[in-house]
Each structure stands twice: as structure tokens, then as C-alpha cells.
Design a protein around this ligand. Structure first.
Ligand code: SAM
Length: 268
């Protein structure tokens, strides 16, 4: 059944009017017509099953049949701090990590960033909306405005001062295996082994889905400097390796998130 994102402000019980690009997409691309059903989601976990009353390029009018909470989200709150990448690479990282379930994305300006500023944040936010729709997610991850590395670390440290900072900085010139790093985070935090945590995690995530915020730092094309890695380590980040081969940043971001989710039992 087709899905479309409509901001919560426009969602009201009864009838919803969908206009503009979304109306054209539904009527011309998906060829939705009167009588078809459509899932409308607000990007905050609410979904509506609706029926199309009218459909043309200018406007699609639907009536709500049923409201339900669609929870397809990962129970692990992963925040990705990604060194700014040039060209399409950042678009790709944002699209793929949204599909995977990341909760927030912080574009980071580091010592070796080839880009010191960008005007692409609106574009990236559009990519997360489209990628959330396509992957059937119930929320749309937040894309922050770009910030400097030190500001990013301060933000993460202040936001979760109450929780031990649970972060991995990925460094191709050193670091421990990702399975050991995850083990360190969970044991440090709860005293349980990763196996216990695996079981506990499933229980705790039903009880408290936000029980595991994890921050992942991936560098830009030129990588992190040794000094940046040291600063992050001093703030509690674990220097982590993704193996002996040097991955492109976009490969590293996708692999790191997939491995963390798998090790913590999210991907089955
Ligand atoms: N310094 C690298 C070089 O000499 O080509 C460039 C950095 S790499 C292209 C981009 C980022 O991906 C790194 O900053 C790191 O965060 C991550 N990365 C790539 N390979 C990795 C590995 N084997 N272990 C850990 N992180 C890795």
C-alpha cells in the first residue's frame, strides 16, 4: 500500500487534502485513483490508513479509515556524526543511514574536511523524508545544521551528561574491534555481557526503546587527525576499527551502523 508523509499540522481526522508535488506524485507516478487505500504518516510515529475520495494532479483528497501507531523504528537510538563529504557522497550516506534507522545525523566539519560549509541541509532533509517514506519508517531522522567537531562533541556530551557517553569514533589507523567496543559500552553501562545485554536489550527496548543511545563518529574523505581522535577518546569515545582495509567514508558509515544494530540484536 503506498505511503506518503504529511506533516502533523495537516493531519486531521476526517478528510485530508494533499496538494502540490505530493498530489502529482500520488496521481501521476503511483497512479493512485478514487477508492484506493493509502497510508499517511506524520513522521512522528502516527499512521493513518486512508481511502482516496478524489485524485488528480492538483489535489488528492482522502478520508481517514483508521489511526494506528506504526512502530518500525530501531530500538537503538543511533546518532551519526558524519564528516562532511563532497558531492553526492553525503546524499548517499544520508539516504542509506535513514533506511537503516538512524535517529539523528550531524554533518561535522573536521580538520581535514574539504568542505567548510554547505547549503545542502534542506536537500538532505528532503532525502530523509523520502527515504523514511520508502523504507516504511514511522519517524524522519533529524539532520542538524553542520557544526565543528568540538561543538559536536560538546553537544553530545551535554545532551546525555546523565548517561555515560556511549560513542565510537571510527579510526582506520587503530582501534579495537567493533564487537569488543560494543561489549565495552554495554558492560560499562550495565555490568552485563553483550550476550546478557542482547537478551536484556530486547526486554529493555520493549520497556524503554530509548535505552541505548549510541553515537558514531565517521570522518571525511581525509579521515580524522590523531588529535581529533585523542580529544574524542578523552570524552569517552571508544576508538574502533572496521578491519584492516580502508573503507570510503560512505562505506564505513553504512557498515558501522549495520554492525552496531546487528550486534545489539536489532537486525535479527
Ligand atoms: N585516512 C584514510 C585514507 O588514508 O584513505 C581516509 C579516511 S576514510 C576514507 C574515511 C573515514 O572512514 C575514516 O575517517 C574512518 O572514520 C572511516 N574508516 C574507513 N576505514 C576504516 C577502518 N578500517 N576502520 C575504522 N574506520 C574506518
Amino acid at each position: 500500500m503506498p505511503r506518503i508523509f504529511i506533516p502533523i499540522t495537516s493531519i486531521k481526522e476526517g478528510q485530508i487534502s494533499i496538494t502540490g508535488e505530493k498530489a502529482r506524485y500520488l496521481s501521476s507516478v503511483l497512479r493512485c485513483k478514487k477508492g484506493d487505500e493509502l497510508i499517511v504518516f506524520d513522521g512522528r510515529g502516527n499512521c493513518l490508513r486512508t481511502k482516496i475520495l478524489r485524485s488528480d494532479r492538483r489535489e488528492v483528497i482522502v478520508e481517514t479509515l483508521e489511526k494506528f501507531t506504526c512502530d518500525t523504528e530501531s530500538p537503538i537510538d543511533i546518532f551519526l556524526a558524519q564528516g562532511l563529504l563532497k558531492g553526492e557522497k553525503m546524499d548517499m550516506v544520508i539516504q542509506k543511514v535513514t533506511e537503516l534507522g538512524v535517529k539523528e545525523i550531524i554533518p561535522v566539519i573536521t580538520e581535514r574536511s574539504q568542505l567548510r560549509e554547505t547549503k545542502k541541509v534542506a536537500r538532505w532533509r528532503k532525502i530523509t523524508g523520502e527515504s523514511s517514506r520508502q523504507s516504511g519508517r514511522s519517524i524522519i531522522p533529524l539532520v542538524h545544521e553542520p557544526m565543528y567537531f568540538s561543538d559536536c562533541l560538546s553537544l553530545l556530551a551535554t545532551r546525555h551528561a546523565s548517561l555515560s557517553l556511549k560513542g565510537l569514533i571510527f579510526y582506520e589507523e587503530g582501534g579495537i574491534k567493533i564487537s569488543e567496543a560494543i561489549q565495552k559500552i554495554t558492560i560499562h553501562d550495565t555490568g552485563y555481557t553483550i550476550q546478557d545485554k542482547y537478551i536484556m536489550h530486547h526486554v529493555s527496548c520493549i520497556l524503554n526503546p530509548a535505552s541505548l543511545p549510541i553515537y558514531l563518529l565517521i570522518g571525511p574523505e581525509g579521515g580524522f587527525t590523531r588529535e581529533e581522535v585523542t580529544i574524542a577518546e578523552e570524552k569517552g569515545f571508544i576508538v574502533t576499527s572496521l578491519g584492516k582495509r580502508i573503507l570510503r567514508a560512505e562505506t564505513a558509515a553504512i557498515s558501522a551502523i549495520t554492525l552496531v544494530q546487528f550486534l545489539l540484536g536489532d537486525l535479527g
